[in-house]
Design a protein around this ligand. Structure first.
Ligand code: NAD
Length: 437
């Protein structure tokens, strides 16, 4: 069949439902400026950090199963590498855009710094719906993008990981492609080019659940600080993918009952509490919560109005705006997702006395365990899951304490505190190294 070039199909109505006018990058910039004031950061440091170091856009062709050639748009934004190699996930989603990737890349810089990791920040993605292509097409898209990225990634330069729409299988394809681009003698030493790999291919135990596990360690610290008893409490979760499902499963072991869940296909309610393990298995088998027999379908509005102790947004950015924030009847919002609250929504939540564990802190377990994977790859070691979890617990709880103490001392919210601590560490290095030439 003669090859023709066709545009990507438009995103589904459901995926577009929340894509209102919203400039994620400006939102992150605003937090940067506010935190810089609180932490009295040298203006030239904020100026440097206000833009990413490198922005890469790659249009690349892939032959589809039908024989047609489709053009894909991929991004990799490298925000900052002062503290170490650029580090951050790869997202496959129809709404991926340069500005969103820039925002997410900057947030990775803050997370790495807050968690004291020797990494900078980066993020990437391809603008398409991974659920709309076959497995072999998905593999070709992934491999072709990795090849096109070429020397723009590397275990000592820029290290991708999973994010929305990607997983350990995606990372296995990326690593395999990259290792076929280097000389035979280097194949083993470049396994650390991506993290979040399957364990048998050089991944680490504990990485798949790491982000959810980190969210839970933060919630535990918050509960301890507030004297709140988790056992017997309730939660709602938006997004039941990697982060949302693991957060729910781990919390269920601590006696927290998930009573409302939602994903891109809809929302479900069960006042008795979902069996988080079974729901996770259902999503693994069917790709979404749709068709799960254990809950009653509810609307998005009803989901946000469900009374619970904790709400864990674990889907996408810009999900909690004014109306959602007004509806929410919870004590705590634990941000598993990046940027789930927009500024208007956040303001309302804080005014209502609802506490927020900010993304930069709450979901940094993923990059932290990615760092452990990278270290194991370098040392040819394999740590036990208990060791990974124990290290993560120490790291998350320390970061929580620092953010909480800073927020109290400076009378700012926890998000500004998290940004401020991250900025102070970066500023200290700029002061020492100064600006070349
Ligand atoms: P995932 O692809 O595994 O899951 C995403 C979930 O969001 C799915 O359940 C999907 O159905 C749902 N979703 C998508 N669009 C939606 C919509 N319009 N309305 C409601 N639900 C919708 O992705 P993930 O890795 O779990 O990532 C989720 C969030 O966590 C993202 O913001 C991501 O950046 C962030 N995050 C992920 C990691 C990680 O290690 N995977 C680390 C840190 C932060």
């Amino acid at each position: 069949m003669a090859a023709s070039t066709i545009p990507n199909p438009p995103p589904s109505k459901q995926l577009l439902a929340t894509a209102k006018e919203y400039d994620f990058y400006k939102v992150v910039q605003d937090y940067l400026e506010r935190a810089a004031k609180v932490a009295k950061i040298e203006p030239y440091v904020s100026t440097i950090l206000s833009q990413p170091k490198n922005e890469l856009i790659i249009n690349f062709p892939v032959r589809m199963d039908s024989g047609e050639v489709r053009l894909f748009k991929g991004y990799r934004v490298q925000h900052n590498n002062l503290l170490g190699p650029f580090k951050g996930g790869i997202r496959f989603h129809p709404q991926v855009s340069l500005d969103d990737v820039k925002a997410l890349a900057a947030m990775m810089t803050w997370k790495s710094s807050l968690m004291r990791l020797p990494f900078g920040g980066g993020k990437g993605g391809i603008k398409f719906d991974p659920h709309s292509v076959s497995r072999s097409e998905l593999q070709r898209v992934t491999r072709r993008f990795t090849h096109a990225l070429g020397e723009n990634i590397g275990p000592e330069y820029d290290i991708p990981a999973p994010d929305v729409g990607t997983n350990s299988q995606t990372m296995a394809w990326m690593m395999d492609t990259y290792s076929n681009m280097v000389g035979s003698a280097q194949k083993q030493s470049v396994r650390g080019v991506v993290t979040g790999k399957p364990v048998a291919s050089g991944g680490t135990l504990g990485r798949t659940k790491a982000t959810g596990q980190g969210v839970v360690f933060c919630i535990l610290e918050w509960a301890k600080e507030r004297g709140f008893t988790l056992e017997g409490s309730t939660m709602s979760v938006q997004g039941f993918g990697n982060v949302g499902s693991h957060t729910a499963v781990i919390l269920s072991k601590l006696g927290v009952s998930t009573i409302a869940v939602g994903d891109h296909t809809g929302y479900l309610y069960n006042p008795e509490g979902f069996n988080a393990h079974k729901l996770q298995d259902h999503v693994a088998a069917h790709g979404s919560i749709a068709g799960y027999p254990g809950g009653k379908p509810i609307t998005r509005e009803e989901f946000f109005a469900t009374k619970a102790d904790i709400f864990a947004p674990c889907a996408l950015e810009n999900q909690i705006g004014e109306s959602e924030a007004k509806s929410l009847d919870v004590k705590l919002v634990a941000e598993g997702a990046n940027g789930p609250c927009n500024p208007a929504g956040e303001r309302i939540l804080l005014d209502k006395g609802i506490e927020i564990l900010p993304d930069v802190l709450a979901n940094s377990g993923g990059v932290t365990v990615s760092y452990y994977e990278w270290v194991q790859n370098k040392r040819s070691e394999a740590w036990t899951e208990e060791e990974v979890d124990a290290r993560l617990e120490v790291g998350m709880k320390r970061a929580y304490r620092e953010v909480s103490d800073f927020a109290r001392q400076k009378k700012c919210d926890m998000r500004v505190a998290a940004y401020a601590i991250a900025l102070q560490r970066i500023e200290a290095v700029y002061r020492e190294r100064e600006i070349f030439p």
